[in-house]
Design a protein around this ligand. Structure first.
Ligand code: 1PR
Length: 552
C-alpha cells in the first residue's frame, strides 16, 4: 500500500505528516502529476481558501490527475478544503469544485454566532470502525456544506456525520464510495483525531458501503462547540542567548530587585524571567488537555530575516509532539534578508505554516494596517492581514491586540472616544470607582501608544480579513486580578469574529467569570499555568461544574 499526501504548496501540511509519523505510517508526497500513478491511498490535507486551493492545484497540473485518481476508485481522504473541493461549488470563489458530491459549499450565517466556526465541536459519526461515536474534533472554517436533506434528498447516502453550529446543521464528514472527507482536522484533534486517522488508514475508506445513512434531524436547542482553553508561551532569548519561555508583569519580563535582605538579589534582578523551554512546555500543555497553544516571539530576533529565524525551529519541534492547533505570533511582517532579498509577511507566514503552525498572529502590523484603512477608507490589499487571508483563508489570521487603559474624567472628556468610554463600576476596584477610560492600542509589545482605540482596531482588522482576535490587556497582564471583562465585552460587541480573552487569569474562577460575563469564545493564560498554580484540568472541571461546555 503506497500512501501519498498531496501538498499543493499552501497551508499546514506538516501537522498531518507529524501525525502519521507518530502513528507509525510511512508516506510520500505528491509533488508532480506522475506521482498519482504510484499512489494507492491518498490524503489531501487542504488548508486555506477554496479558490486558492483549486487554482494552486491547476497551476501545478495536479487538478486533472487528482480527479482521475478519485474516479479510479482508489481510497481518498480529504481534510477541510480537501473535503470541500469534492463539492460542486463554493460561494467563497467562482471557481468550480470537482463535483463528486452534488451540493454547494456556503458561508455560515453570522446573525446568531461568530464566524469563522473555530474550536472543538462534536461530530456525530455514524461509524463503522471509527473509534468514537461522538468525539470532539477541531474545526476552523467559515464555509460549510449545509445539511439540507429536503433540498438534497440523496445527501443521506453520502453524509457521514453532522455537526451543529448555532442553529445551523452542517455536514462535518462525507463518504461516497472510495471517498471520505472531514470538515474538521483529525490531525489537530488530539487523541480522538489520531485514532480516526489510524482507523481509516488501517482499513482505507472504512467499509464505506455499510454505514447507516445519517438521519435527518432538527437542530438542538444548543450547539456543542466548546469554550477553548489556550496556554500561551511568550518566547525570547535570555541574556545567555538561550530561547526561553518568559512571562512579564504588564509586559516587563525582567526580574525585579528582591528586598535588600534577599540573597537572590545580585543573581536575578534584571535578568529575563525564565519559566522553561518552549517545546517541553508545549508538550506538557498538550498532555494536560490544552485546546490550543500559542507561541509568541517577543524577542528582538523577530526582526531578523527569515533565513535566520530560530522561532521556526521551535515551531517545527513543537508541531512534532503537539496535535492541537498552534498559533505563532511576533514578527509576521515584511523583512529583508542579509543579501537584500525582501521577504513579504506572506512568505514569513508561509514558512511558519510549513513548519507546523496553524494560525499566525499579527500585532504591530495590524495597527499600522488599520491606520492606513482609516486614512483611505478602504484596504489597499497589501497588508499582512489581507495577503495572508487571501492565500491561507481568514481563519489562519489572528490579530493580537495590546491595549492599555487611558483614564479620563468623564465629566470633562471631550475626545474622539466618548462613545467607547467604560465607566468604573461602583462595586469595582477602588482605583476605578468614579473614573472612566478608553482602550488605546499600542505597538512593539506595548512600548509605543498609537492614536487608535481598541474598537477601531477590532472593527478594522475584521474588515481587512482577520479571523480571530487575541485580546490582551497590558493593565491586567501578569497581575492575576482576572480578565478585563469590560474590555472583552466591548470588543465582543463590536465584531463577529471569535475573541480569545487574555491577560490577568489568576484562578479557575476567573475562567468561569469570563465565559459567564462575556461572549468570548476562548480564554488564554500564561503565568498561572507556567508556575503550575492552576492546572488546565482544574479550569475545565470548574467550567463543567458551572454548566459551560468544554472538551475534557
Ligand atoms: O508586533 O506582530 O511582532 O507581535 C508581537 C507579539 O508579542 C504580540 O502578540 C504581543 O502581544 C506580544 N508581546 C510583545 N511583547 C510582549 C511582552 O510581554 N513584553 N507579550 C508580548 C504579550 C501577553 C500575552 C500573555 C497574556 C497572559 N504577552 O501573551 O501571555 O497576557 O498572561 P497572564 O495569564 O500571565 O496574565 P508583533
Amino acid at each position: 500500500m503506497a500512501l501519498f499526501l498531496l501538498d499543493y504548496g499552501a497551508g499546514n501540511v506538516q501537522s498531518l505528516a507529524n501525525s502519521l509519523r507518530t502513528l507509525g505510517h510511512t508516506f510520500s508526497w505528491i509533488t508532480q502529476p506522475a506521482d498519482f500513478d504510484n499512489a494507492s491511498i491518498l490524503i489531501f490535507p487542504g488548508v486555506g481558501a477554496f479558490g486558492t486551493a483549486i487554482e494552486h492545484l491547476e497551476s501545478r497540473g495536479l487538478l486533472a490527475p487528482l480527479l482521475q485518481y478519485i474516479q479510479s476508485g482508489r481510497p481518498y481522504f480529504g481534510i477541510c478544503i480537501g473535503m470541500q473541493i469534492l463539492f460542486e461549488s463554493s460561494s467563497e470563489s467562482p471557481v468550480p469544485g470537482l463535483g463528486v458530491i452534488p451540493c454547494p459549499i456556503e458561508l455560515f450565517d453570522s446573525t446568531d454566532k461568530s464566524v469563522p466556526h473555530m474550536g472543538w465541536n462534536s461530530a456525530d459519526l455514524v461509524d463503522l470502525s471509527a473509534p468514537s461515536q461522538s468525539s470532539y474534533y477541531y474545526f476552523v472554517h467559515s464555509y460549510c456544506a449545509k445539511y439540507n436533506p429536503e433540498k438534497y434528498p440523496d445527501a443521506t447516502e453520502w453524509v457521514y456525520s453532522t455537526t451543529q453550529y448555532g442553529q445551523e446543521l452542517f455536514i462535518s464528514s462525507v463518504r461516497k464510495g472510495n471517498v471520505f472527507g472531514t470538515q474538521f482536522h483529525p490531525e489537530k484533534s488530539g487523541e480522538a483525531g489520531l485514532a480516526l486517522l489510524d482507523a481509516w488508514l488501517r482499513k482505507p475508506g472504512f467499509d464505506t458501503t455499510s454505514g447507516r445513512p445519517a438521519p435527518p434531524r432538527a437542530p438542538q436547542s444548543q450547539h456543542r462547540l466548546t469554550k477553548r482553553i489556550v496556554a500561551c508561551m511568550d518566547v525570547r532569548a535570555n541574556d545567555e542567548g538561550d530561547l526561553v519561555v518568559t512571562k512579564g508583569d504588564q509586559y516587563d519580563v525582567r526580574e525585579k530587585a528582591e528586598p535588600a535582605s534577599s540573597t537572590l538579589v545580585t543573581k536575578t534582578a534584571g535578568a529575563v524571567r525564565n519559566l522553561g523551554k518552549p517545546v517541553a512546555l508545549a508538550a506538557r500543555y498538550y498532555a494536560a488537555g490544552a485546546d490550543e497553544l500559542c507561541l509568541l516571539n517577543i524577542t528582538s530576533f523577530r526582526h531578523s530575516p527569515l533565513q535566520d529565524q530560530p522561532m521556526l525551529a521551535v515551531v517545527r519541534a513543537a508541531a512534532e509532539c503537539v496535535f492541537v492547533p498552534l498559533t505563532i505570533g511576533g514578527g509576521i511582517k515584511d523583512t529583508v534578508d542579509p543579501d537584500g532579498a525582501r521577504r513579504s509577511a506572506l512568505e514569513v507566514a508561509g514558512a511558519y505554516f510549513r513548519a507546523g503552525a496553524d494560525k499566525v498572529s499579527i500585532g504591530s502590523e495590524a495597527v499600522y494596517a488599520v491606520e492606513r484603512l482609516r486614512a483611505s477608507g478602504t484596504g489597499d490589499g497589501t497588508s499582512a492581514i489581507e495577503t495572508i487571508a487571501r492565500v491561507y483563508g481568514r481563519q489562519a489570521v489572528v490579530v493580537s491586540v495590546d491595549p492599555r487603559r487611558v483614564y479620563v474624567d468623564p465629566q470633562t472628556y471631550d475626545g474622539p472616544y466618548k462613545d467607547e468610554l467604560v465607566m468604573g463600576r461602583p462595586d469595582g476596584a477602588e482605583n476605578e470607582r468614579g473614573k472612566a477610560w478608553w482602550y488605546q492600542c499600542t505597538v512593539s509589545g506595548g512600548r509605543e501608544s498609537r492614536q487608535l482605540s481598541v474598537v477601531e482596531l477590532a472593527r478594522g482588522v475584521e474588515a481587512l480579513g482577520a479571523g480571530e482576535i487575541l485580546l490582551n490587556s497590558i493593565d491586567r497582564d501578569g497581575t492575576g486580578l482576572g480578565f478585563d471583562l469590560d474590555l472583552i465585552d466591548l470588543v465582543k460587541r463590536n465584531v463577529k469574529i471569535p475573541v480569545v480573552a487574555s491577560s490577568g487569569a489568576g484562578s479557575k474562577e476567573h475562567f468561569v467569570q469570563v465565559f459567564q460575563d462575556t461572549g468570548a469564545e476562548a480564554a488564554l493564560a500564561a503565568g498561572i499555568f507556567h508556575r503550575e498554580e492552576v492546572r488546565i484540568s482544574e479550569v475545565k472541571g470548574a467550567l463543567q461544574s458551572a454548566g459551560i461546555n468544554v472538551r475534557t
